[in-house]
Write a protein that binds this ligand. Structure first.
Ligand SMILES: *Cc1c(COP(=O)(O)O)cnc(C)c1O
Length: 329
């Protein structure tokens, strides 16, 4: 026996103790893709733009929603129901088509017509119920009572956060060093919870998270200040993907470490950020994403003393060329 095979044998012996441990069923390949990280200089900062607007469903949402839909598909679910007129509804429709499972998306009357058309074009059934998201959601929850049907929430589920955490796991492979900060947009807080989970996984303990929300629908900042979920009466912003009444309650505990810095952004700042990103990088992004980039372009005080940051370019779906042209005037 040569030294080489001896080594191989002893290696085999050592690992064989694990053979009897139960093996988790193989996870199917995720529905989302690994997105590029492009580099740029903004003010004194070295910036990495994480291009999740290039996900097949045009936003980061496919990471978590793909994960949750695959989880239910493996358990034999025959239909997905969700309530969202935006990226969540689009991502569920996309995931359902990929998995061969029918989807019903319940939208409120206020939904932009082009979003309705795009969701229907993926083969999903689109139903219209009530004036606002809460009405549509009540209808979706009722529909999801049917047998073999799964309700897919837009932001409040641990498997969504687990899916979103993949974004940071990718960053750990794409960056030479931990960034000083990551900029994210906050609506219900699913993306933020996923990023925090990802930071834990890759061991980036000193990376701050700049959590940007629109002035007209800022629920994270008051909720963290009061230590409980603060409900907004009528959230309103050009960043419709971020208009949510209540953040996910899990954020109250998850943000206790002090690494999360809430920042509010005006509609005009979000729109300007969309125009600037389009001009500098040749890609359309939506105001929700402009909200995340605005503190960067404004050289916000929360970035003082930092050198390297990553901005999550979270979506490029809920925007039109005409809007971008108007905002640029
Ligand atoms: C949903 C969404 C957000 C906010 O995500 P939450 O998990 O609700 O905080 C931000 N940007 C885009 C493009 C979105 O679709």
């Amino acid at each position: 026996m040569t030294a080489h095979t001896e080594l191989a044998d002893s290696y085999h012996d050592e690992t064989s103790v694990f053979d009897s441990t139960p093996v988790a069923p193989a996870m199917p390949a995720p529905l989302h893709i690994v997105t590029p990280l492009i580099r740029a200089r903004v003010h004194h900062l070295s910036v990495g733009f994480k291009l999740d607007n290039l996900q097949p469903a045009r936003s980061f949402k496919l990471r978590g929603i793909g994960r949750l839909c695959q989880h239910y598909a493996a358990r034999g679910v025959q239909r997905f129901v969700c309530s969202s007129a935006g990226n969540a509804g689009y991502a569920v429709a996309w995931a359902g088509r990929a998995l061969g499972i029918p989807v019903t998306v319940v939208i409120p009357e206020t939904t932009l017509p082009f979003m309705r058309t795009r969701i229907a074009a993926l083969g999903a059934e689109v139903r219209c119920e009530g004036r606002v998201w809460d009405d549509a959601n009540a209808a979706a929850l009722e529909l999801a009572q049917a047998p073999d049907t799964a309700y897919i929430p837009p932001f409040d589920h641990p498997l969504l956060w687990e899916g979103h955490a993949s974004l940071v796991v990718e960053l750990a492979r794409q960056c030479d060093e931990a960034p000083d900060a990551i900029l994210v947009a906050v609506g219900g807080g699913g993306l933020l919870l996923g990023v925090l989970e990802g930071l834990r996984r890759v061991g980036w303990r000193h990376t701050r998270v700049i959590a940007a929300e629109p002035e007209g629908s800022a629920s994270l900042a008051p909720s963290l200040a009061q230590g409980k979920v603060v409900e907004l009466a009528s959230p309103k912003s050009v960043a419709t993907s971020l208009c949510v009444r209540r953040i996910a309650p899990a954020l109250i505990d998850a943000c206790r470490g002090g690494t999360v810095v809430p920042v509010t952004v005006s509609d005009a700042e979000a729109e300007n950020a969309c125009v600037r990103f389009a001009e500098e990088h040749g890609q359309m992004i939506e105001p929700a994403c402009g909200t995340a980039l605005a503190p960067l372009y404004a050289n916000h005080p929360s970035l003082a003393g930092m050198r390297r940051v990553v901005a999550v370019v979270c979506g490029g779906q809920v925007v039109t060329l005409r809007q971008l042209a108007d905002w640029g005037c």
